[in-house]
Structures are given as C-alpha cells and as structure tokens.
Design a protein around this ligand. Sequence first.
Ligand code: ADP
Ligand code: MG
Length: 757
Amino acid sequence: MLNQRKNLPMTSYRNEVLNTIMKHQVTILCAETGAGKTTQCPQYLLEEALMNGQGDLINIICTQPRRVAATSVAERVAEEMTDRLGNQVGYQIRMESKRSKNTKLLFCTTGVILRRLQDDHELKAITHVIVDEVHERQVQTDVLLIALRQLLRTTRRDLKVILMSATLDSTLFSNFFNHAPVIRVPGRTFPVSNYYLEDLLDATNHIIEEGSQYAYRQYQQSEKTTLWVTMPTRLSLERVDESILNYDLIEDVLQILLIHPERNSTLHAPDGADTTNGSILIFLPGIGEIRSLTDRLSANRTLGNKSKFSLIPLHSKLSSVDQRKAFLPVKAGCRKIILSTNIAETSVTIQDVIVVIDCGREREVRRNKRTSTSILVTDWCAKANTKQRAGRAGRVQPGLCLKLFSSNTAESMKATSEPELKRVPLEEVCLSILASGLGKDCEDFLRQAPQPPSDESVQAALTVLEEVGAITSERKYLTPLGQHLAKLPVDVRLGKMLILGSLFQCLDKVLTIAASLSSKSPFSTFLQDAAIATAKHKQFQDPDSDFATFCNVWEGYTAAKAKSMKAGRQYCQSNYLNQQSMHEIGTAKKDFLNLLCGIGFVDKHDGSQSVYNSDLWEKAIVNRNSKNWTLVHAIVFAGLNPNVARLEESRPGSYTLWNKDQQIHFHRTSVNASKKRFDKDQNWVVFFEKFGTPNRISVTTTCFVNSMPLLLFGGPLVVKHTERIVVVDEWMEIEMAAQIGVMLQQLRRQIEVLLLK
Ligand code: ADP
Ligand code: MG
C-alpha cells in the first residue's frame, strides 16, 4: 500500500499542495481521477500537523457528493494511516457515522456539512474544508461554495478551503474565489479504445451468423393469437440507439467477452491488452436497470459457469456493507462484473477494471411542470461524462470501452452538463438556506452562485413553499412546519403529507401515496394488450380516488409478495403492473419512514422497523387511523393545496379552479374521468397533475373532498377565499364561515406549534 501511495501522481506535488494551502485562503486542486486527490490531500494536511505536534489544532472536513464515497474513502485513508476507522479518520453520512472525539479528519456528505452550518454558522472548530468533486455542480456543493465564500470574507478569514475535481472548469472556480491559485497534477492513465453501437452490432451479429442458438429472440406475433414464435433477428442500429437500454445487446456483448473471446475479431484493447481477465464495469442509468440486468444475467444460461463471474451492484441505495463489495477482491479465476450508476464515474475507484460498458444515459432530477414536483428523468449524459466513464477502463493497463450508443449520438451529446441549480426545483435548497440562516433572502443568496439560477425559478420555489405553509408571507422565515421540512430531504409537498400522516396516525396509507406519487406509474400499458390491461387495472380502482387506487395496487402486490418473491412477480405480470415501479414504491416507503424516524416523528420501537412485518406495522400507533379515508384525503389535500377545484353548483360534475373561473377536465387516466354520478358533498376536487393548454386544463391523479379539509388545512387559501367555500356550503352564513375559518386557522397554528415542537 505504501508503494502504491508513493507512485500516485499526487505524491510529487505534496509540498506544493501544502505550501499553497498555507499561503492562500482557497486552493484549487485539479487532477485526473485516480491521481490521489481524495485519499492523499486530506491525509497530507493531517500528517503534516501530526508531525509538527499540532495534531490537536487541526480539524479537517472533506465533503463528498455521495455516501458511498464518504465511507469507502474514509476506510481507505484510515487503512493507509494504519489507524482504526473512526479514530483519527472518520465519516459521517445521514443517519450513520463512525467518528470519535479523536477524529481530526472527517469525510462527510455535502448534506451533512450544510446541516452542520445550521447549528454552527461559523464552523467554529473546523480548520480546513475540502470540497471534493466540485465539477459535478450539485446544488448542495454550489450552496456550500457560496456559504464558504461568505465565511471567508467575514468571520472566518483563517479558514482554509480546498476545492478538488477531476475535469474542472478551474477558471470559473478560481474567479469565484478571487483568483485562487490552481494546482494541476498531470494524470497517469493508459490508452483506452472506444467502440460504438455500430461496432458492437457488428461483433454480436457475428455470433448470430455463427448460429449460436442463444441469439434467437422471441417476439409476440399479434395481439389476436397468444402464439409465440421464435425467429432470429438482428438488432437494428436506430432502435437500439433510441431505447434506453437494450438488455439483449449487453448479454450478447458479455457473451463475446466472457465465453467466446475467440470469436471476437472486432473489439480490441490497445496493444492487445488482455481483456480475458480483470473486472467489467457497466454504467447503467439507475437502480431499476441494475436490478433487471442482474436478474437477467444470473438467469442467463449462455454465460456459462456462474462461479466464473460475480455480479456486483453499486448504487447509492445500497447499505455501506454491500457497497464495499465492489472494492473487495474476488477469488482467482472469477471476474467481477460491476453494475453501477454514475457513482463509479469519478468518486470511487475500482482497481482492476479493464472493460467499461457505457449505456450513455444518466438519471437526473428535473422539475415536473405538471406537478411542480421533482421527477427523475433518464437522458443522454454529456460528452464529459462518457469520456470520464471510458477512462475508468485504463486505470492499471490499457482497456476497452464499449458504448451502447452510436457514434452519431456521441457527436450530438452536449459537452458538459448544466449545473443542477439551473435545472432542478429549488424548494429544498431555499428551505435549507432559510433554515441554516445562510441567507435571509433566497434570491440574493442564490444570485451569488458561480452560475446562478433564474430569478423566476427561485420565485416559483418560494411560491410553492408559501403555499405549503413552510415559510411566512415575507418569505424570510420558516414556519414550524418549514423547520421540520428543512430536515426532510424529500419534495416539500410530499414531506408535508408525511409529517401530517404521522401526526394524524394514518401513516402507512400516506407513505404509500407519497411513494407512488414520487415513482413511475405502477400501471404498465402494452399497446397490444391494451384492452386486457385496462380491464385488469379496473379491479384496483377506487370509485372516487386515484390515491386510494394506488393503495389498492400496493396492498394487492404486497399480499402476493408475502407468499414469495416469485408470487409477487407473477402478480405484477398477470395484472399488468410495472414491477420496477413497485420496487421503487417499496424503496421510497422505506426511505420516507426512515427519514421520519430520523427527525423524531415516528418512534423506532413503534413497529416501524418492520414495514414488511405486517402484523406489527399494522398495529403501530402511527397507523391507528389508516382506515379513515376522509382523514387520509384531507392530508393529501394539505400537501397538494392549492391544487384544488370547486364544484360549479349550477352544473353538476363541472369543476373550476379555486382561484380562477376556469373549468378543469379529468384526464382519462384518472378514475374520476368516466364518472357519471357525482355525490352532493363531493364539492372539491384535489389533483396532483395539471396540464394542457390555457384553454383546456386537464387534471389527473385526483380525489374528492368536502369542505372540512379546506377549513382545516387550507391555510391562507381559506382565510383569503372563505366566500368560495361558503358558495358550496349553503348552510353556513358567510360571516360565520369567515369567523370559523379564522378560528380554525389559529387553532391549527397552535396545534402545529405544539405538535411540531
Ligand atoms: P482521486 O480522488 O484523485 O480520484 P483517489 O484518492 O480516490 O483518487 O485514489 C487514489 C488511488 O488510491 C486510486 O488510484 C487507487 O489506486 C487507490 N484507492 C483508492 N481507494 C481505494 C480503495 N477503497 N481500495 C483500494 N485502493 C484504493
Ligand atoms: Mg476522488
């Protein structure tokens, strides 16, 4: 290990790095991935201080954008220092830490240091802040940079800040920090040959021509017959290029690499480097694809003896123990196939990768215009990312990068990706700015970013926060609800539902609903079987509510899955449900629940550790009211407010937006679209998605509520617009309604303050 350290490109720059840091407030360190930035630079500072007998004076924080990087790097550095992890070197990530009072070098996620800033505005005890992977431009990193710059200019002139990155626009950051010095460490990498989709199709078609029986694929012939025919088929370039992921192709490619290297006359590493050994790293868009591909590969009989390779998933949702498996050596004769998200792109180094397979896509957060919430979108990544991914194959010897997209597509990719601040919803970041006291005015604060977001997008976020009731109308202070939402890293609307769901003890239903709203639709739609699928889906429908429908789907699925995993899969197949969405919903439920435990809204001992142990969970106190749909829908409204339309008294079944005289239409995907009869008390409709043209507005994911939820949870909406409610509640005198509205409002605030304390 010592030898390896000595040979890192960083090593010869040790003195230059230390000197520059000593002389300047801010230092920027630029080097290829694997050069030793993350493991070495913090260590140099610590070693130097220990050597000078100043160990007690130093306190370094090194931030990482991802949990897996924080833990694996901390482990590695402790090992290099022959120290026990958690002693001098530790880590802290959300809800998990290994540190002690001896800890002088702490690796943490960016979120952890931002939360720390909430309580400790000046980072009093910290001497060095190292911000790693700044080029990734996550919202949190950019916010941290603004905060650090403020500190450096005011109360912490003595603080040392170091920015580190692989491929970085160093002038942008240098200018941001008053022309800070940049140290560039040249990398040492081996050549990598790149092959594109057209080459891969050539290579794999070759297998088909050789008549391998396994290259035949099945296609369903027509919707009328259930006959399945088998026919050999070649993948067409255009279709594969367009599809998000073609599993067949990956399987064929692996078959060539692992089983039939002798048939490979096309795909060569430079200088004939040996690709029959070493690990294979596959970049996939997300966890769902990692799961599907793992399943397919382990079931694929054409890949030979399963002991010859070991499939290792690598993504942010794994436990630290499972994440570590990617770094551990495997036994001789066995090859690692690592299926990873873009986590393995820059922040973690896996030693012996020789082949990279790159899908060319990544999943990123964007704003969903229909729902004003964030959604995950799978899209082409940038040229800079694919270059970085390819580089992972040339770490220890010349390597091979196989791209699952055509060279044309590669040409048309954008050069670099846009900073997150410019494309994601800003509610969460605005909340954290106000919560941490980093800025009193979000617009002012965010305008200081290296590349600021538009004022409109900040305004839009503040409007949502005000509607949710997370900030006061001056938009400068958090309400008690806002303070809790600030600690809950989920969309604020869903966060509000979750908090209310736990307070009002109908949590499981609310968890299912929030999880379904943040995942892809559970209903899969097949063009051929549309009629059958629709019929199957009907059986889940609640007569009035898409939200209750989600719960029916989830409960049906979990009941089936309780018997066996296989039964769960079959249930999805026979009911035309999307298995991947069901996974996502399950994971999201667990995550949400853990987060609620983390901020003290759910007692860990209240059965909540066992969401899947239905007995305990169903009896848990937080679920006492789970059968009360009036309450559940009221809470859904509370989160989605003001997404609500009122019944036109004169025209039954016709609803207009609460604040405009504009009629809404139920989109066919809502259970309420085909409704013939509307009950008298269904005088408000709550919706999640709104879209269409200004002239015709469609809504979907809807339910009906009466006026009570509006009075209870309507917030400013009710006080400002009491008359609107009165229109539909004839029995209420206008004035009385107004009084009750105001009273309830005050009462609600008091309850909120008391409960949320
Ligand atoms: P950088 O931050 O510049 O990308 P790192 O400091 O992460 O580089 O890694 C430097 C070197 O240390 C890597 O090239 C690798 O050889 C080694 N290394 C890092 N982490 C580990 C680990 N968990 N296990 C084994 N070797 C590692
Ligand atoms: Mg690094």
